[in-house]
Write a protein that binds this ligand. Structure first.
Ligand code: GDP
Ligand code: MG
Length: 295
């Protein structure tokens, strides 16, 4: 079918509501890493999908946060804001089980846009009694002038198709913007760095997930084996010791979990080398952020 509608759909909301999970489930492939911790998504990530006669370009965003003190958090909020400005349709995602001050902040931010907004109420799988959903919808429906309200479970892929139907209706007329076989704008190199970061986030506690970034130094595709070398940057020597773990056990665990996912993602056998290095205060240093790719 030829494409007659196309456009960008920004997925916005506070951290942890399930934005990246939704993107992955819609695409049927993991293009954006997920975890229960904030700051898991630090980049704008495109997911491209054809639905009937439309090409939908989803834009996953970092959660809008209220912490403006650190350079990293300011960067994340700027990014989310620029995605809103460039979008044709906005998906405002909230968690069916709880409305927080940060959700209110996102709603406030969205009052200044004239783009159509779909309210997506996620995680309905956590609400056992479906009747309990009605008061939730009732409470949220007047927060903004919504074009549609769609309760979903991203995790269980519940009601996702009806969300896509609503999105297509709101897309402007336009041509196909990306080739048929392209599903994301991110390179394999980027995806590998993100997979490693996801394993670190899942394996560490407290401030460590936020103090970490990953840089790929070597990416060599061979006939039998792809060799990858990556540096894990942290802010302090103590953090380096934690990631490495006693006798290197933690780093080894992170490495093998990452390698399994990387092999799946690249469809190739992988040899992965990881180093941990310290760059003091990189999360609060605009120059260091830029040098690590956060622009
Ligand atoms: P993001 O920060 O908004 O991108 O959120 P993520 O996609 O990283 O998800 C945050 C957490 O919520 C992860 O642990 C997900 O597994 C979980 N999650 C996402 N969607 C659902 C859902 O529909 N139901 C349930 N129960 N958990 C979900
Ligand atoms: Mg995310």
């Amino acid at each position: 079918m030829t494409i007659t509608r196309s456009g960008y759909v920004a997925i916005v909301g506070r951290p942890n509501v399930g934005k990246s999970t939704l993107l992955n489930k819609i695409l049927g492939k993991k293009v954006s890493i997920t975890s229960p911790k904030p700051q898991t998504t630090r980049w704008q990530i495109l997911g491209i999908k054809k639905v009937a006669d439309a090409q939908i370009i989803y834009v996953d965003t970092p959660g809008i946060n209220h912490e403006e003190k650190r350079a990293m958090n300011r960067y994340l909020n700027r990014l989310a804001n620029s995605v809103i400005l460039d979008a044709d349709v906005i998906v405002f995602m909230v968690d069916a089980t709880i409305w927080r001050r940060e959700d209110e902040m996102v709603a406030e931010r969205l009052k200044t846009t004239d783009k159509p907004i779909i309210l997506v109420i996620n995680k309905i799988d956590l609400i056992k009694d479906k009747a309990a959903l009605l008061p939730v919808i009732d409470k949220l429906k007047n927060k903004l002038d919504f074009a549609a309200i769609v309760p979903v479970s991203a995790l269980k892929k519940d009601n996702i198709e009806s969300l896509e139907t609503d999105i297509v209706k709101l897309l402007p007329e336009g041509p196909q913007l990306f080739p048929d076989d392209q599903i994301t704008d991110k390179s394999p190199r980027f995806q590998v760095a993100e997979i490693i970061r996801e394993k670190i986030i899942l394996a560490t506690e407290e401030e460590l997930p936020y103090a970490t970034t990953v840089e790929i130094e070597q990416f060599q595709v061979g006939e039998k084996l792809t060799e990858i070398g990556a540096v894990i940057w942290v802010e302090r020597p103590g953090q380096k010791a934690i990631i490495i773990g006693t006798k290197g056990t933690k780093l080894k665990k992170i490495g093998s979990a990452a390698r399994r996912d990387i092999e799946k993602c690249l469809g190739a056998k992988v040899f992965l080398r990881l180093w941990v290095k310290v760059k003091e205060h990189w999360t609060d240093d605009d120059k260091a952020l830029r040098s690590l790719g956060y622009e």
